[in-house]
Design a binder for this molecule. Sequence first.
Ligand code: BES
Ligand code: MN
Ligand code: MN
Length: 456
Amino acid sequence: MKKLRMKDYINKHKTRFLDELFEWLRIPSVSADPAYENQVLRAAEFLENQMKKLGIDKVEICKTKGHPIVYGEKIIDPKAPTVLVYGHYDVQPADPIELWDSPPFDPVIKNDKIYARGACDDKGQVFMHFKAYEVMKECGMLNCNIKFLIEGEEEVGSTNLGIFVNENKERLKADVILISDTGIIANDVPSITVGLRGLSYLEVEVTGPNRDLHSGLYGGAVANPINVLCEMIASLTDENGHITIPGFYDDVLEVSLEDRKKMNEAPFDINEYKSALDINDVHGEKGYTSLERASIRPSLDVNGIWGGYIGEGAKTVLPSKASAKISMRLVPNQTSASITKLFKEHLESIGPESVKVKVTAHHGGEAYVTPTDFAAYQAASNAMKESFGVEPIPQRSGGSIPIVALFEKELGLKSILMGFGLDSDAIHSPNEHYGVFNFLKGIETIPLFYKNLNPN
Ligand code: BES
Ligand code: MN
Ligand code: MN
C-alpha cells in the first residue's frame, strides 16, 4: 500500500482519533481524590494499551507511592536525536458539577469543541502525541527516538515523578523534552510558552476560643478567628498590589525594560480581556501590565477560605476556627522552599496574641524559562509556522508545571512547551473544552517538529 501523505492520513482517521480520545476522557482520572484511585489506574491502563497497539517498545506501568507513571519508548537509531515527551493523564476534580452543561466524564462535541474534564488539560493534548506518533509511523516519518513519560500526579504536585526521575536518569536520557500542556494566544496567533511560574502552596489555620461561642454573649470581647484571618490576609498586599511579606521580592529576577517592551507587543486587548471575564476593571501590581502581572511577576491568592456557619439561614456564632488555602506564584530565581519559609514565619509573626496560628506547607515547584536560541526551539517554531502559516510568538505563561524545572536540574534537559490550548478553554473550571481544530492542529504540528529536529 502506498503511504498516505500526513494530512490525508489525519483527515481519513480523525473520527477514530476523536473516538479513541473520548474513550479515555470517559475515565475519571481525578488524582486529588482517593475515591478515584482505581479510575486513575484504569486511565493508565488505557494508555498502556494504546502505546502497545502503536508498537511502542518497553511499555510499562511504573508503580509509585501514588498514582502510576506510564512509560514507553521507540529507539529507531542510537545516533538520532532523542525526544522525551512528557504529559499527564490525571485531571482536576470536576466540581462544582452542577455548573457543567453536560456531564464532565461524558465527552460531547458542541460548536467544534470537545467538552469534558481533561479535554485540554491534559489528556486531549497528550493524546495528540500518540496520534502524531501513529501518523509518523504510518507515513514513514519516524526519524527520531522517542521516549514517552506520562504521569498521573501532575495536578497534585508531581512528587512521586520527581523521585522516579531521580532514580531513572539513564532510562530518561534524551536531547530535549517536548510537552503539550500549555496554550497558544489564539487559533490565528500561535505562540510557544517560554516561561512557567513556580508555586508555593500553604494552608493557614487560625484558632480562637476552644469552642464555638454565642456571638451575643462573647462577640466583641473574644477574637473571632475569621475576622482575624481576614485581617491577616488583607495585610499581605499593600495599596500598590505589592506583597508585604518581608524579603518576598529579594530574589526576584527583574526582566529588562527592553524585554518587557517586546513582551507587551504580543496581541492583547484589555477590553476583550475584561469583557470575557465580566469584570469592570483589572487589578494587580502597580507599574506592570496585565500580561506582565500574570507571567513575569509573582502573585498571591487565596484559593479557598472557610469557617463558621455557612448553612441555610442565620446562626449567631463566634467560631473556634478559620482556615484558608493560599498560593503564591513565583518567578525565576525565587525558590519555593525559601518563599514557603518566609510566608510561614510572617504569618506566625503577625497573628495576634488572641489567637493561635498554624501554617502547613503543601506542594511547591520552581519557575522555568526556555531559551529561544537553540535548535529544538527553532524546530518547534518552524513546525508551528508551517502548520499555522504564521510564525509563533514566544510568550511566558503564568501557570506552573513543577516537574519542568526538576527535569532541567536532574536530567540537564530543556523543555519545549508546545501546547495548543486556549486561555478560554476553561481548564480546571466547569465546561472545560478543547477545540477540534486545536487537537488536529497539534497532531499535524508534532510530526513537523520531529522532521525539523532531524532534517536528514
Ligand atoms: N497544564 C497546567 C499548567 C498550565 C496551563 C501552564 C496553561 C500554562 C498554561 C497544569 O496542569 C496545572 O494546572 N498546573 C498547576 C500546578 C500544580 C502543582 C497543581 C497550576 O498551575 O496550578
Ligand atoms: Mn496540565
Ligand atoms: Mn492542570
